[in-house]
Write a protein that binds this ligand. Structure first.
Ligand code: NDP
Length: 256
């Protein structure tokens, strides 16, 4: 029931593009307030504006507060000073969507650059953990909250050329599953969404800006859209308080 999301405040990391942007927009349309964070200030500002327009069109009375905050989740100092940037009326966060993440390159072990290894772990794992640590204290203090982490099919199955990315997503799975068990018997919920192939900037980032190579990945298959995943995230958040959606694996029909 989407009315459970009316007036809730959601923090979405990686909200400047792809799944994060679609998720911010869908929460906005449903009457939630949204804090959007990412590294590209201009891009999050424009998604926040789209959220404001979508809310206006919805005619809903609750929600409609949006803040675009530039934040690199891999930068510990920026994460530590995050609360300073959050407007007072958005400090009571109900739902955290840890979505920021990427894969860089398709190189095999031995050829992968150290800086790529560090960058993927810094955002996908350490950044996700830092933001969670920041919010979970507040969730525990008020005994409510929902952490929704973006894992991946790559956090369940390894593939050649994906050693570092899959290692980061297996780590997200282990972290998420452990936290869920720690929070059993509390009202705080923990969900892992595991998408298969979704056509976003993700593939362009993976191929370091080579759009033709990025597009080739989807040959012979109809990939998911960012909206498909946003719908799963919002659905998990809108379940009744006693229901915890632990894991959702979402694949295109022609991906095994
Ligand atoms: P996109 O590349 O379209 O979006 C990634 C988002 O993450 C951008 O908004 C980017 O914004 C943000 N981001 C990256 N690094 C940081 C950082 N250090 N701090 C803050 N924001 C950051 O990819 P998707 O939307 O497809 O991916 C979203 C999530 O879904 C990722 O965790 C990804 O691993 C996962 N996923 C994606 C799949 C796919 O096929 N697309 C499949 C399975 C999982 P900016 O550059 O402005 O910082």
């Amino acid at each position: 029931n989407a009315s459970r999301l009316l007036g809730k405040t959601v923090l979405v990391t990686g909200a400047s593009a792809g799944i994060g942007a679609a998720t911010a927009l869908l929460f906005a349309k449903g009457g939630s307030n949204v804090i959007l964070v990412a590294r590209r200030a201009e891009a999050i500002n424009s998604v926040a504006e789209a959220c404001a327009s979508a809310f206006k069109e919805s005619g809903l009375k609750q929600g409609g507060k949006f803040a675009a905050i530039q934040l690199d989740v891999s930068d510990k100092a920026q994460v530590a000073s995050f609360w300073d940037k959050v407007p007072a009326d958005l400090r009571n966060i109900d739902i955290l969507v840890n979505n920021a993440g990427f894969v860089l390159g398709v190189e095999q072990v031995g050829d992968i650059k150290d800086e790529d290894i560090e960058a993927m772990f810094a955002t996908n794992v350490l950044g996700l953990i830092s933001v969670t640590q920041l919010l979970i204290k507040d969730f525990k203090a008020k005994q409510s909250g929902h952490v929704i982490n973006l894992g991946s099919i790559a956090g369940r199955e390894a593939y050649a050329g994906g050693s570092i990315y899959t290692a980061t997503k297996f780590a997200v799975h282990a972290f998420t599953a452990s936290m869920m068990r720690e929070l059993v018997n509390t009202p705080i919920r923990v969900t892992e969404i595991q998408p298969g192939m979704v056509e976003t900037e993700f593939s362009v980032v993976r191929f370091r800006g080579d759009s033709a190579a990025a597009k080739k990945v989807y040959t012979g298959l109809e990939p998911l859209t960012a909206v498909d995943i946003a719908e799963e995230i919002v659905w998990a958040a809108a379940r009744p308080p006693h229901v915890n959606i632990a894991e959702v694996l979402v694949l295109p029909v022609n991906q095994a």
